[in-house]
Write a protein that binds this ligand. Structure first.
Ligand SMILES: Nc1ncnc2c1ncn2[C@@H]1O[C@H](COP(=O)(O)OP(=O)(O)OP(=O)(O)O)[C@@H](O)[C@H]1O
Length: 224
């Protein structure tokens, strides 16, 4: 479970501090399928970076499964990111010279797993996203939707408990977006907690909960 308590985030710009997140509280239950929306510059990515242990709150507490993230070293945070969290981005962030399966195995390389096991796991993750036949192709040979599937396989390969997706359908057409949302939904149904940042109300409709970030605060959107 994710628990943010009175979390703030400020950035130093020149001699002054700019507060992006006001004291905010947010709890995300295990197994959630949720959306984070809000105007550009409202602090969504800043919030996602904190949830994803890429950055720490300036003040307040972040508890991830009861662990106090704010008190952890960079090394401990890197381990949590590698083992517990899968990241998906709008522009896929695949390495262009590596085949699909070589992209997918990367988190396992960082985790120090042996080669044979990495091969098996990467192919298993590609099978989960329906891309086993494309394992040996480089990203340039794949469509946008296929690239995002590879990125999702990479996010899954370490069997994380949480997937954080920043505009996962932002670079895709409507039909392809639907297939990506179906995939994320099925991953959620098999137990993964999923939080998605999006500007698209159609994406939010897939999920069970939507929160708005506005002026650094969280506003819950009542379920319709
Ligand atoms: N590292 C940083 N240093 C200084 N200011 C920052 C930093 N990161 C974010 N900000 C500022 O924090 C504010 C919120 O940015 P953030 O990227 O979280 O917004 P967002 O809601 O994700 O926007 P968008 O939808 O455009 O991606 C912006 O004014 C941004 O300039």
């Amino acid at each position: 479970m994710i628990e943010l308590k009175r979390v703030t985030k400020s950035f130093k710009i020149g001699q002054t501090y700019s507060q992006v997140l006001s004291p905010l509280d947010l709890t995300i239950e295990e197994g959630s399928f949720m959306t984070i929306m809000g105007p550009s510059g409202s602090g969504k990515s800043t919030l996602m970076n904190i949830i994803g242990c890429l950055d720490k709150p300036t003040t307040g507490a972040y508890l991830l499964d009861g662990q106090n993230i704010g008190a952890m070293s960079e090394r401990q945070l890197a381990k949590i990111r590698n083992e517990q969290i899968g990241f998906v981005f709008q522009q896929f962030h695949l390495l262009p010279k590596l085949s699909a399966w070589k992209n997918v195995e990367l988190p396992l390389v960082y985790a120090g797993m042996d080669k044979r096991e990495r091969y098996v796991r990467a192919h298993k993750a590609l099978a989960k996203v329906g891309l086993l036949d494309w394992a040996d192709y480089v990203p340039a040979s794949l469509s946008g939707g296929q690239k995002q599937r590879v990125a999702i396989a990479r996010a899954l390969v370490n069997e994380p408990t949480i997937i954080l997706a920043d505009e996962p359908t932002g670079a895709l057409d409507t039909k392809t977006s639907v297939t990506i949302m179906e995939l994320l939904q099925s991953l959620n149904e098999s137990g993964t907690t999923i939080a998605i940042i999006t500007h698209e109300p159609e994406v939010a409709e897939w999920t069970n909960r939507t929160v708005f970030v506005r002026d650094g605060q969280i506003q819950e959107v009542p379920a319709s």
